[in-house]
Ligand binder design. Structure first.
Ligand code: GLY
Ligand code: MN
Length: 465
């Protein structure tokens, strides 16, 4: 947890934003509950709701809070433990002291939140809440509000106010993300050093995840580690490592403070790239560097995505895989055949920060609309950059046989794509290279104390060690 004042200030800022916009009524926050894996006493590892963590810091299940927009009163709703709980969990601090630890004056038993919300509804006072990220919280909202379609009642003002705050990271958060990145760096170093033909991929996953479990909360998302990197989110780790393949490792740590890191590197399983692998790898590496060089306040990440797509097409042109005017190819979305995802996303308490609140609300400014084109349409962060944004820079080139076949059969991109030459890339796999980046006053900084080796020569040298 951060210092108590961090949470007091955040809630004060949110209250100020809501009042400034003329909002009345109450702000309702619901923390997460335990989620049973099989039965109620055997649960998934508890993960608190990120917006709850941001404003209240308390990392425990079954809590709720209300802020009264008129009086400014804040109340934490949670139950004190009784002897039955103490037997299994040990002694716990009182709810009163937990509330005080984050600067909240009022506390009541958990059931009080239902009464509080129902009283507000009865009095005709607006109840502001954000989209629930878990089904349990949705059910709680349905009960409290006495309505079925709770999505329709989500407060856009509260949602946008929270997004505007969480998007711009405070210094304490940047330090926390740097820490998660240090852990991510360690995970990836262990993984890279464990690549040996003959072992099963899962062995590396286990070693790598052990690093973050030993020092942090765990992984920030399910690990992607595969010799079939052309499948973007491949979570199967059951293949024996074969020489001569490419292995995509996309993984990150979640620190004990619950901040994320998210890195991707791609390794030749034999320790050395073939000429063909190196050619494609170099293009992706150049794109990663180029995107970083463009990242600064004032530019939109959509512009960075598109400029990087152009750079990618330039490289693919040099190899004869595409041909034609680069700008025209960018407009036509030809890069989407090779990179059917966006350049990056916001990162913070969530690896894809705040996507539970709405991908477009988080990633797009009001004057931007999300494209439909393959690739650009998956861009999760398009906004005009400001200092404090934390984003990923993750270009990739993938040869997806089913997608190439589809474009070929439909004639999509036929004026630009050299389908004959692509035929020899069907078993190539994929390459993605991802860093985490902070937008600063003057440009950008890669997060974490060290950068994972990325140039093909540095990767080979690291693997040789
Ligand atoms: N690291 C997985 C993703 O960004 O989707
Ligand atoms: Mn990512």
């Amino acid at each position: 947890m951060f210092e108590k004042n961090v949470y007091i200030e955040r809630r004060r800022t949110l209250l100020g934003k809501m009042r400034e916009a003329g909002a009345q009524g109450i702000l309702l926050f619901i923390g997460n509950a335990e989620a049973p894996a099989q039965y109620k006493d055997n649960c998934y590892k508890f993960r608190q709701d990120s917006t709850w963590l941001y404003f209240f810091g308390l990392d425990e299940p079954m809590m709720a809070a209300v802020i009264d927009l008129e009086s400014g009163d804040e109340t934490l709703f949670a139950d004190d433990v009784e002897i039955g709980d103490i037997i299994w969990m040990g002694p716990q601090p009182s709810v009163r002291s937990k509330a005080e630890s984050v600067g909240i004056a009022g506390s009541e038993p958990y059931a009080g939140v239902d009464k509080c919300v129902k009283a507000a509804v009865k009095a005709g006072r607006p109840v502001h809440y954000i989209a629930p990220s878990r089904y349990f919280n949705k059910l709680r909202l349905m009960e409290m509000l006495g309505r079925y379609r709770v999505e329709a009642g989500v407060s856009l003002l509260m949602t946008e106010s929270i997004i505007s705050m969480r998007l711009v990271k405070e210094d304490v958060e940047i330090a926390a993300i740097d820490e998660a990145c240090a852990l991510g760096y360690e995970m990836h170093s262990v993984a890279r050093d464990s690549i040996v033909p003959g072992i099963v991929e899962q062995e590396i996953v286990g070693k790598m995840e052990g690093v973050t479990l030993a020092k942090g909360w765990g992984v920030s998302f399910p690990t992607i580690l595969t010799q079939h990197g052309e499948t973007l989110h491949n979570h199967l780790h059951d293949k024996v490592i074969e020489p001569g393949k490419l292995m995509v490792i996309d993984a990150g740590a979640e620190s004990n403070q619950h901040y994320a890191s998210d890195f991707t590197r791609t390794y030749p399983t034999s320790g050395k790239f073939t000429q063909k692998q190196r050619e494609i790898y170099q293009i992706v590496c150049d794109c990663n560097e180029y995107a970083f060089s463009l990242t600064r306040p004032g530019i939109t990440y959509r512009e960075v995505h598109l400029a990087t797509a152009r750079k990618m097409l330039e490289g693919l042109s040099a190899l004869g895989l595409v041909h034609g005017d680069l700008d025209e190819m960018v407009r036509e979305g030809i890069a989407g055949l090779f990179q059917p995802h966006g350049l990056g996303h916001n990162m913070g308490l969530d690896v894809h920060d705040m996507e539970d609140l709405g991908e477009n609300l988080v990633g797009y400014d009001k004057d931007q609309t999300r494209a439909k084109q393959l690739g650009l349409g998956s861009l999760r962060m398009a906004r005009r950059l400001v200092p404090g944004h934390v984003i990923t820079d993750e270009p990739g080139i993938y040869f997806i046989p089913a997608l190439i076949d589809k474009w070929k059969a439909e004639g999509t991109g036929k004026a630009f794509v050299n389908f004959d030459r692509l035929a020899s890339y069907y078993d190539f796999g994929g390459i993605r290279l991802e860093d985490d980046v902070l937008v600063t006053e003057t440009g950008a900084r890669r997060l974490g104390p060290n950068r994972l080796p990325i140039s093909p020569d540095d990767v080979e040298a690291a693997m040789a060690r």
